[in-house]
Design a protein around this ligand. Sequence first.
Ligand code: AMP
Length: 181
Amino acid sequence: MWWWRSGEEGAGEVSEGCHHAFIGMGSNLGDRRTFLKEASLEIGSHPQLRVIRLSSLYETEPVGYLDQGWFLNQVMEIETTLTPEELLTFLQGIENKLGRKRLIRWGPRVIDLDILLYGNRTIETPKLIIPHPRMYERGFVMIPLQEIAPDLVHPDGKTTREHLDMLMKTEKVEKIRLFQG
Ligand code: AMP
Protein backbone atom coordinates (compact mmCIF):
# COMPACT_ATOMS: atom_id res chain seq x y z
CA MET A 1 0.00 0.00 0.00
CA TRP A 2 1.30 3.50 -0.73
CA TRP A 3 0.21 7.09 -0.84
CA TRP A 4 0.48 10.12 -3.04
CA ARG A 5 1.86 13.16 -1.28
CA SER A 6 -1.15 14.93 0.20
CA GLY A 7 -2.67 17.74 -1.82
CA GLU A 8 -1.96 16.05 -5.14
CA GLU A 9 -4.59 15.05 -7.64
CA GLY A 10 -5.59 11.47 -6.93
CA ALA A 11 -4.48 11.72 -3.31
CA GLY A 12 -5.63 8.84 -1.18
CA GLU A 13 -4.98 5.33 -0.15
CA VAL A 14 -4.99 2.57 -2.73
CA SER A 15 -7.27 -0.25 -1.65
CA GLU A 16 -5.80 -3.52 -0.38
CA GLY A 17 -4.65 -5.86 -3.17
CA CYS A 18 -4.85 -3.12 -5.79
CA HIS A 19 -1.64 -1.39 -6.83
CA HIS A 20 -0.69 1.61 -8.89
CA ALA A 21 1.98 0.83 -11.43
CA PHE A 22 3.66 2.70 -14.28
CA ILE A 23 4.46 1.15 -17.65
CA GLY A 24 6.98 2.56 -20.13
CA MET A 25 6.13 1.98 -23.79
CA GLY A 26 8.31 2.48 -26.85
CA SER A 27 8.22 1.74 -30.58
CA ASN A 28 10.56 2.59 -33.45
CA LEU A 29 9.49 0.33 -36.30
CA GLY A 30 6.61 0.61 -38.76
CA ASP A 31 3.57 2.61 -37.73
CA ARG A 32 4.88 3.51 -34.27
CA ARG A 33 1.81 5.41 -33.18
CA THR A 34 -0.52 2.53 -34.07
CA PHE A 35 1.67 0.04 -32.19
CA LEU A 36 1.51 2.21 -29.07
CA LYS A 37 -2.25 2.61 -29.45
CA GLU A 38 -2.73 -1.15 -29.90
CA ALA A 39 -0.54 -1.88 -26.89
CA SER A 40 -2.60 0.55 -24.78
CA LEU A 41 -5.83 -1.11 -25.88
CA GLU A 42 -4.45 -4.58 -25.14
CA ILE A 43 -3.23 -3.49 -21.71
CA GLY A 44 -6.58 -1.89 -20.88
CA SER A 45 -8.49 -5.01 -21.93
CA HIS A 46 -7.26 -7.06 -18.95
CA PRO A 47 -10.09 -7.58 -16.44
CA GLN A 48 -7.74 -7.07 -13.47
CA LEU A 49 -6.33 -3.82 -14.70
CA ARG A 50 -7.52 -0.25 -15.18
CA VAL A 51 -5.72 2.43 -17.18
CA ILE A 52 -5.66 5.64 -15.19
CA ARG A 53 -3.56 8.04 -17.23
CA LEU A 54 -1.47 8.20 -20.39
CA SER A 55 1.26 10.73 -21.06
CA SER A 56 1.63 12.57 -24.36
CA LEU A 57 3.71 10.89 -27.05
CA TYR A 58 7.39 11.84 -27.13
CA GLU A 59 9.85 11.30 -29.95
CA THR A 60 13.32 10.27 -28.81
CA GLU A 61 16.67 9.62 -30.42
CA PRO A 62 17.84 6.01 -29.94
CA VAL A 63 20.33 5.13 -27.18
CA GLY A 64 22.72 2.13 -27.18
CA TYR A 65 22.38 0.90 -30.76
CA LEU A 66 22.34 4.10 -32.81
CA ASP A 67 21.75 2.82 -36.36
CA GLN A 68 17.97 2.86 -36.12
CA GLY A 69 15.03 5.26 -36.30
CA TRP A 70 13.77 7.56 -33.57
CA PHE A 71 11.46 6.04 -30.96
CA LEU A 72 8.00 7.09 -29.95
CA ASN A 73 7.66 6.80 -26.17
CA GLN A 74 4.80 7.09 -23.75
CA VAL A 75 4.19 6.30 -20.08
CA MET A 76 0.99 4.81 -18.70
CA GLU A 77 -0.32 4.75 -15.15
CA ILE A 78 -2.45 1.76 -14.23
CA GLU A 79 -4.18 0.26 -11.23
CA THR A 80 -4.07 -3.52 -11.03
CA THR A 81 -4.59 -6.56 -8.86
CA LEU A 82 -2.05 -8.54 -10.92
CA THR A 83 1.20 -9.34 -9.13
CA PRO A 84 4.36 -7.80 -10.67
CA GLU A 85 5.29 -11.18 -12.16
CA GLU A 86 1.80 -11.64 -13.64
CA LEU A 87 1.94 -8.13 -15.05
CA LEU A 88 5.33 -8.83 -16.69
CA THR A 89 4.04 -12.05 -18.27
CA PHE A 90 0.96 -10.21 -19.53
CA LEU A 91 3.07 -7.41 -21.07
CA GLN A 92 5.46 -9.89 -22.68
CA GLY A 93 2.44 -11.65 -24.23
CA ILE A 94 1.41 -8.31 -25.78
CA GLU A 95 4.96 -7.71 -27.09
CA ASN A 96 4.90 -11.13 -28.72
CA LYS A 97 1.41 -10.67 -30.11
CA LEU A 98 2.35 -7.35 -31.69
CA GLY A 99 5.31 -9.08 -33.33
CA ARG A 100 8.35 -7.93 -31.44
CA LYS A 101 11.50 -9.68 -32.58
CA ARG A 102 14.40 -9.69 -30.12
CA LEU A 103 17.26 -9.50 -32.64
CA ILE A 104 19.61 -6.83 -31.30
CA ARG A 105 19.86 -5.64 -27.71
CA TRP A 106 18.54 -2.06 -27.58
CA GLY A 107 17.81 -2.48 -31.32
CA PRO A 108 14.68 -1.70 -33.33
CA ARG A 109 11.39 -3.04 -32.02
CA VAL A 110 7.73 -2.60 -32.86
CA ILE A 111 6.90 -2.44 -29.18
CA ASP A 112 8.78 -2.48 -25.90
CA LEU A 113 6.83 -2.61 -22.64
CA ASP A 114 8.61 -2.17 -19.30
CA ILE A 115 7.30 -2.09 -15.76
CA LEU A 116 8.80 1.10 -14.36
CA LEU A 117 7.28 1.13 -10.89
CA TYR A 118 4.90 -1.08 -8.95
CA GLY A 119 3.59 0.73 -5.87
CA ASN A 120 6.60 1.51 -3.73
CA ARG A 121 7.99 -2.01 -4.12
CA THR A 122 11.62 -2.77 -4.78
CA ILE A 123 12.06 -6.11 -6.57
CA GLU A 124 15.23 -7.81 -7.70
CA THR A 125 14.82 -11.27 -9.20
CA PRO A 126 16.50 -12.77 -12.30
CA LYS A 127 13.37 -11.92 -14.33
CA LEU A 128 12.25 -8.66 -12.87
CA ILE A 129 13.88 -5.54 -11.47
CA ILE A 130 11.69 -2.76 -10.12
CA PRO A 131 12.15 0.20 -10.25
CA HIS A 132 13.22 -0.48 -13.82
CA PRO A 133 17.05 -0.54 -13.71
CA ARG A 134 17.68 2.19 -16.27
CA MET A 135 14.65 4.43 -15.82
CA TYR A 136 16.38 7.19 -13.84
CA GLU A 137 18.96 7.65 -16.62
CA ARG A 138 16.41 8.00 -19.38
CA GLY A 139 14.74 11.24 -20.38
CA PHE A 140 12.22 9.31 -22.48
CA VAL A 141 10.96 7.68 -19.30
CA MET A 142 11.36 10.50 -16.79
CA ILE A 143 9.94 13.33 -18.94
CA PRO A 144 6.61 11.56 -19.72
CA LEU A 145 6.47 10.33 -16.11
CA GLN A 146 6.94 13.89 -14.88
CA GLU A 147 4.04 14.95 -17.10
CA ILE A 148 1.57 12.54 -15.46
CA ALA A 149 3.04 12.03 -11.96
CA PRO A 150 5.43 14.84 -10.98
CA ASP A 151 4.90 14.43 -7.23
CA LEU A 152 4.88 10.67 -7.14
CA VAL A 153 7.16 9.44 -4.35
CA HIS A 154 9.53 6.69 -5.55
CA PRO A 155 10.82 3.81 -3.39
CA ASP A 156 13.95 5.83 -2.54
CA GLY A 157 11.79 8.63 -1.10
CA LYS A 158 12.48 11.09 -3.93
CA THR A 159 9.76 12.47 -6.20
CA THR A 160 9.71 12.20 -9.99
CA ARG A 161 10.49 15.92 -10.14
CA GLU A 162 13.57 15.45 -7.94
CA HIS A 163 14.78 12.51 -10.05
CA LEU A 164 14.31 14.44 -13.29
CA ASP A 165 16.16 17.46 -11.87
CA MET A 166 19.11 15.18 -11.03
CA LEU A 167 19.04 13.65 -14.52
CA MET A 168 18.97 17.08 -16.20
CA LYS A 169 22.05 18.12 -14.20
CA THR A 170 24.03 15.23 -15.73
CA GLU A 171 23.43 16.74 -19.21
CA LYS A 172 23.31 13.21 -20.57
CA VAL A 173 19.69 13.38 -21.64
CA GLU A 174 19.03 12.08 -25.15
CA LYS A 175 17.25 14.35 -27.65
CA ILE A 176 13.52 14.28 -26.98
CA ARG A 177 10.59 16.31 -28.30
CA LEU A 178 6.85 16.26 -27.97
CA PHE A 179 5.39 14.30 -30.87
CA GLN A 180 2.86 16.41 -32.76
CA GLY A 181 2.15 13.73 -35.42
P1 AMP B 1 14.09 -5.64 -22.95
O1 AMP B 1 14.63 -6.40 -24.10
O2 AMP B 1 14.86 -4.39 -22.61
O3 AMP B 1 12.61 -5.38 -23.02
O4 AMP B 1 14.29 -6.58 -21.66
C1 AMP B 1 13.46 -7.69 -21.47
C2 AMP B 1 13.97 -8.48 -20.28
O5 AMP B 1 14.11 -7.64 -19.14
C3 AMP B 1 13.02 -9.58 -19.92
O6 AMP B 1 13.73 -10.79 -19.95
C4 AMP B 1 12.55 -9.27 -18.51
O7 AMP B 1 12.49 -10.45 -17.72
C5 AMP B 1 13.63 -8.32 -18.01
N1 AMP B 1 13.16 -7.31 -17.04
C6 AMP B 1 13.76 -7.05 -15.84
N2 AMP B 1 13.11 -6.08 -15.20
C7 AMP B 1 12.08 -5.68 -16.01
C8 AMP B 1 11.06 -4.69 -15.88
N3 AMP B 1 10.97 -3.90 -14.79
N4 AMP B 1 10.16 -4.56 -16.90
C9 AMP B 1 10.27 -5.34 -18.01
N5 AMP B 1 11.21 -6.29 -18.19
C10 AMP B 1 12.12 -6.47 -17.20
